[in-house]
Design a binder for this molecule. Structure first.
Ligand SMILES: [Zn+2]
Length: 228
């Protein structure tokens, strides 16, 4: 697929938030994004490998696609979950359940919804290029967490990687993208939680376990169906 780079965003520290668009336009877009939590290098790596392949393979169907490799470049540079103001970007979206209260620093939701420039940038992208479905790559324990109408995608990927599928990760996540995008844009979200690196598990291993499923997904009709 052919991609062009869109004007980048700026993080709190002024680092660029790069974003790319396929040369196919549509009323709605498939979003592939990673690095909301800067220390979750596993998800960043998987998306990087997938994006390399997407750029090389010209036999794919025409998919209106937005690729955002690292939403939180400050956190990525610092190997920190939160951004440089200490905010968890995945608790900072203007959902109905947004709350300023938090029990652990790592879940700091910010001073208000969309207080962080990284999320303001993402939301502006959503306005301009409406999301039809979002795959957001993280790492924690392997799980395919769907919000909205994305269980079919989760089940499809699980048939390749055997990660558990869940509509709920077991604890509340107010202000998360998984709540926001279905609520505001009617866009389902698949939060793709990779396993975390260990002595016997490398980034390459994690990609190897997901390469076939993700490539097959991109070649299937599942994502395109979400755009209609
Ligand atoms: Zn995460």
């Amino acid at each position: 697929m052919i991609f062009s780079e869109l004007p980048s965003g700026k993080s709190v520290e002024g680092n660029e938030i790069e974003v790319f668009k396929s040369d196919v336009s549509g009323d709605k877009y498939v979003y592939l994004m990673a690095g909301t939590h800067g220390d979750e290098v596993e998800g960043v790596f998987v998306l990087q490998k997938l994006f390399e392949w997407l750029k090389e393979d010209h036999s794919l169907k025409d998919i209106p696609l937005i690729v955002l490799p690292i939403l939180n470049p400050d956190g990525y540079r610092m190997a920190s979950r939160v951004n440089s103001q200490g905010v968890d970007l995945n608790r900072n979206y203007p959902t109905e359940d947004w709350s300023g209260e938090y029990t652990q620093d790592k879940y700091n939701p910010g001073s208000g919804p969309l207080s962080e420039p990284e999320n303001v940038f993402l939301d502006k992208l959503f306005h301009k290029y409406n999301p039809g479905v979002i795959l957001s790559f993280h790492s924690w324990k392997p799980i395919l967490n769907f919000n909205g109408d994305a269980q079919d995608i989760a089940d499809y990927l699980s048939s390749y990687n055997q990660y558990p599928v869940a509509g709920n990760i077991g604890y509340p996540t107010p202000g998360s993208l998984g709540t926001y995008a279905p609520e505001k844009y009617g866009s389902p979200v698949l939060t793709f939680e990779c396993p975390v690196l260990k002595d016997d598990l490398t980034l390459q291993n994690i990609w190897d376990a997901n390469e076939k499923g993700l490539k097959s997904l991109m070649q299937s009709d599942l994502l395109l169906k979400k755009l209609s």
